[in-house]
Design a protein around this ligand. Structure first.
Ligand code: S3P
Length: 177
């Protein structure tokens, strides 16, 4: 088992594969894995959809902020973050205290393919044209993902296994694993 190093924070748009890739990296390198959305759901005892429905996005963002403050106190985890974590700079400041930020860059086409039939993302549910919405949200958020990333991996043309392997290899090369 490795010594406790920085957290490895995976950022990227909804549906790019943060959770699946994060779990694989964690498994490959025997590191513990956390998903911020799963933690928030466990704390609230509600799904992300229900939190948005019942309390609204602002409340969810508050929970997300609190969770990032907690993450600043931990070390040695692979953390898959919610796609909107970059909307609040203080989240990134907290995550960077003990973590390296990876942006899993992914094309709108691939994201759409991954989540076109998914109903667990409240911000995309009910859109007239999901692909258009993904494109416009990605365009808005892309500069932030770039701005905060310590390194970027374009995984648009990779399968999950390969993405995990490539990201892991780069993290090892940079000395984060
Ligand atoms: C969100 C992404 C979701 C979840 C919430 C909001 C966003 O996480 O945190 O629905 O604003 O992009 P995933 O990126 O894991 O889907």
């Amino acid at each position: 088992m490795r010594k406790k190093k920085s957290n490895i924070i995976l950022t990227g748009f909804m549906g790019c594969g943060k959770t699946s890739i994060g779990k694989r990296i964690a498994l490959n390198f025997e590191i513990d894995f956390i998903d911020t959305d799963i933690e928030i759901q466990n704390i609230c005892g509600m799904t992300i959809n229900s939190i948005f429905e019942k309390y609204g996005e602002c409340y969810f963002r508050k929970l997300e902020r609190n969770y990032c403050k907690l993450a600043a106190l931990s070390k040695g985890y692979v953390i898959a973050s919610g796609g909107g974590i970059i909307k609040d700079e203080s989240n990134i400041e907290n995550l960077k205290i003990n973590g390296v930020i990876v942006y899993l860059k992914c094309s709108a086409e691939k994201i759409y393919k991954n989540i076109k039939n998914d109903a667990t993302r409240p911000l995309l549910n009910g859109a007239d044209d999901k692909y258009e919405l993904i494109c416009s949200m990605l365009e808005q958020r892309e500069p932030l993902y770039h701005k905060y990333a310590d390194f970027i991996m374009d995984i648009s043309d990779m399968r999950l296994e390969e993405s995990a392997w490539q990201v892991g290899r780069e993290l090892r090369r940079l000395g984060f694993i």
